[in-house]
Design a protein around this ligand. Structure first.
Ligand code: G3P
Length: 214
């Protein structure tokens, strides 16, 4: 299972969380990674943890003030990027452009979608992975893998109907190892999660709990 911890703009210490993720990753067969804010990518990558960007824009080098260039996050140490997260949604043409930009910079890609109906379109853009995250469950602590299992199964079916090789992740409300196992049982290859670790009093303990049953 791939466990990607998205730090969003939560007021946690990105380096401390990154070190905890790195240490847990070293002790488990699961693949763990962190997606900090763009300004923290270099410091997080320096810990040795697998580091992802939360977003890249559908742009190239040039006149794009305030945008996030795929090559810049790769230079800072990111090896992959989310695209079209529910909190950073793009028009379909821009999702396509952002995937192209990420691939140009040799970044692995996960395209997010709100529901299984959008997952097929996301998979058709040729990312490495797609992720289904029902916005209503994000940040609630109510795990999609247990509260709405049909969403995960339908997303897996929709993605595989388009591309049998694309990985499928799910996210929203996931915070325990039991939630991760439920996601795996539904056919997911990984999970996206944020508040369960970034807002935890003890992120290292929260991570240990996530991987314990794997
Ligand atoms: O990217 C993961 C995220 O949107 C899920 O958030 O807080 O429900 O784990 P959370």
């Amino acid at each position: 299972m791939f466990i990607l911890v998205n730090l969003k703009t939560y007021p946690c210490d990105p380096v401390a969380v990154a070190e905890a993720v790195r240490d847990v990753d070293d002790r488990t067969d699961a693949r763990l990674a962190v997606a900090p804010q763009a300004a923290h990518i270099a410091r997080v990558a320096d810990t040795g943890v697998e580091t992802w960007s939360q977003h890249v824009d559908p742009i190239d080098h040039g006149s794009n003030t305030g945008h996030t260039l795929a090559e810049s996050v790769a230079d800072a140490g990111a090896v992959g990027t989310l695209v079209n997260h529910s909190e950073q949604r793009l028009k379909l043409a821009d999702v396509d452009g952002a995937v192209d930009a990420a691939q140009r910079a040799d970044l692995e890609t996960i395209v997010c979608a709100n529901n299984p109906e959008q997952i097929g379109a996301a998979a058709a853009l040729g990312p490495d992975a797609v992720a289904v995250e029902p916005p209503a469950l994000i940040g609630t602590g109510t795990p999609v893998s247990q509260a709405d299992p049909d969403v995960v199964e339908d997303a897996v079916d929709a993605a595989r109907a388009v591309d049998s090789d694309v990985s499928v992740l799910c996210g929203a409300g996931i915070s325990t190892g039991e939630d991760v196992v439920a996601a795996a049982d539904l056919g997911a290859d990984g999970v996206l999660l944020a508040s369960g670790v970034a807002k935890a009093d003890d992120p290292a303990a929260a991570l240990e709990d996530l991987v314990e049953p794997l």
